[in-house]
Design a protein around this ligand. Sequence first.
Ligand SMILES: Cc1ncc(COP(=O)(O)O)c(C=O)c1O
Length: 384
Amino acid sequence: MSHLFPTYQRWEIEPEKASGSVIHGKDGREYLDFTSGIGVCNLGHRPEAVEHAIKEQLELFWHVSNLFPQSIQEEAARKLVKASGLDCVFFANSGAEANEAAIKLARKATGRKKIITFLQSFHGRTFAGMAATGQEKIKHGFGNMLETFVHLPFNDLEALKNEIDSDTAAVMIEIVQGEGGIHVVHEEFIKETGKLCTENGILLIVDEIQTGIGRTGKPFAFQHFGISPDIITVAKGLGNGLPIGAAVGKAELAEHFGPGSHGSTFGGNPISTAAACAVMDIIFENEFLKEVSAKGETLFQLLDHELGCLEVVKEIRGIGLMAGIELTVAAQPYLMQLRKSGLIVLPAGEKVIRLLPPLNVSAEELEKAVSLIKEILINQTVTA
Ligand SMILES: Cc1ncc(COP(=O)(O)O)c(C=O)c1O
């Protein structure tokens, strides 16, 4: 009997070890991992450079507390700032905590309370993260939510214009809604949102927790649209598996996050920040990002060509190496069949198969994955 709270419906595969794009199960089988640990292991499992950086820091110190200056934190912050064009970093341990920091900072800096988010969004499982999330199922059974948050239809500019008022502190948005079904923001909507925020003294918070760290072919997904967020939040891929999150903001916000205003015992842990430095050194290189975009194009060409005409496929969406295949029926039975055939993928919402392969996935692995998906979708359709 398991002594873990059953908060997760676990799969039938227990990993024994993992490297690159492959998980070796205790059942003796190899599985192609197109989940990257839910958008985390963007360089695959146990990339050498990251492992080396972790080991090097392990030999120095593991934890000393945030009362000490730590050059490894400064180095990680410098890399985030350089890649994002923002100025200051608060390190946390997870995505939800990064969002908590952003929400607190936005309220304190503006002196306003309302935060606008969107239906189908996902911002984490803490009380503020849950309240910010635009999905009822996440909130079920937990009673009253924080009143700070208002949820609007995604990509609806009129709704946004009507909702904004003098008590609006921030608009918080994912450029691609990941958990909510791989919905990509419309260019005009996000650009107009940026303008509306500037005109009304409202902070634009972009949640880059799933889309950031190269996932879409840019360091951060907002960079596809030439907008200038006030705060971005990052986690998942930043540590390639070591727990770390960050809220990255504009310089003028720094005075509102002075000593004693916010904190975290483990935030910016030296082992995690050492991993993050190694990750960013690789992923933020232009050549690497170009490769991600090229592989993304290959993936979408394959998906459109091989799956686009199947009756069970409703729509294929995404950017870079973040893809969603919306089906006309529930995705779960297909996911189980895919695992049996050696490919691990994720759901997003009820009907979407979500692909988050490692960013250094090979062309052969992309081809193999798409052909397995095609096979399962065809066979299941025939027997359905
Ligand atoms: C967009 C987004 N925000 C926030 C989170 C929460 O991150 P964490 O699980 O690290 O708290 C997630 C996790 O899936 C996410 O995808």
